[in-house]
Design a protein around this ligand. Structure first.
Ligand SMILES: [Zn+2]
Length: 282
């Protein structure tokens, strides 16, 4: 007798996003209400101090990563660390919803740390859950339509972040990822300073990661290294400087392969933790 093997049609994450947003009434809203989603899925939510109250065995993560959110499938509970700010709490809840609904993510317990939840995570399940969270947070395709009809600049980042109740970083990333135009987001981090001599100098801000739109990647390059110009870094990180008060300069980017230089417009702005730069062709 001949035996055939069957495979089954799997629901796409994109279809799941649309279904969840529609069924929990999010398309009638300006931004996602996590409570409606949790109710639809029959999940409870709690917030507590993970440092003090999380059982020791759940805290075992690699290196100095700190647990930030969890989902227990059996108890149908999502929990987030009470130390998280509002935007991170929302994103973390949606990330755990991702684990709950995505095919192949069924598991008794996920304890997700800040490294797993970060945009630079290399773990497949963590990346998938965060991608799913971003799709929910930005209401599927709605954000892309809005972002593409606006200028790519700091005021747009601020406006859309406020509207979607998302962090500036997540919003800036999404604008670039979904852009039809060539643009790149470069995120800089402050390098730690050690001795007295170093402390007297302005801090160095070096590239943490970059994200480019599809057209930027195909026309220019995918990654970038270097540091933010010190005078611009000082200007955008001064106390009280609003994220929309950006600094625009012309920059040259040299190719490491053929040493050719390309000219770009670079708009720098900051939320004080990071410096961001939107790079567009001159
Ligand atoms: Zn996770």
């Amino acid at each position: 007798m001949t035996t055939f093997n069957a495979t089954y049609l799997e629901i796409e994450p994109r279809e799941l996003v649309t279904y969840l947003l529609r069924e929990s009434g999010q398309f009638e809203r300006e931004s996602v209400d996590t409570a409606n989603l949790l109710e639809l899925l029959g999940l409870d939510y709690v917030s507590f101090n993970f440092d003090l109250e999380l059982p020791q065995e759940a805290k075992q993560t690699v290196g100095d990563a700190r647990p930030r959110a969890l989902i227990s499938f059996g108890d149908r509970i999502i929990a987030t660390d009470s130390e998280l700010d509002e935007n991170r709490m929302r994103f973390s809840i949606l990330h755990e919803v991702g684990h709950f609904v995505l095919p192949h993510h069924e598991h008794s317990l996920y304890v997700c740390d800040d490294i797993g939840l970060s945009p630079s995570s290399r773990l497949v399940f963590e990346k998938e859950a965060s991608q799913f969270a971003a799709d929910l947070l930005f209401l599927g395709d709605r954000f892309a339509l809005e972002a593409n009809s606006r200028a790519i600049n700091a005021p747009t980042v601020k406006e859309l972040a406020t509207k979607y109740c998302a962090s500036f970083e997540a919003t800036a990333r999404r604008i670039v990822e979904k852009s039809f135009r060539p643009c790149m987001l470069v995120v800089f981090k402050k390098e730690p300073r050690q001795s007295g001599d170093e402390l007297a100098q302005p801090p160095t801000w070096s590239v943490r990661y970059c994200i480019a739109s599809a057209t930027f990647k195909s026309q220019y390059f995918e990654e970038l290294s270097g540091t933010a110009p010190p005078e611009v870094a000082t200007a955008v990180t001064r106390p009280g400087c609003d994220i929309a008060n950006s600094h625009k300069i012309e920059v040259a980017v040299r190719s490491t392969s053929d040493q050719k230089e390309l000219q770009f417009t670079a708009e720098f702005f900051s939320n004080t933790y990071n410096i961001f730069c939107l790079l567009t062709p001159k």
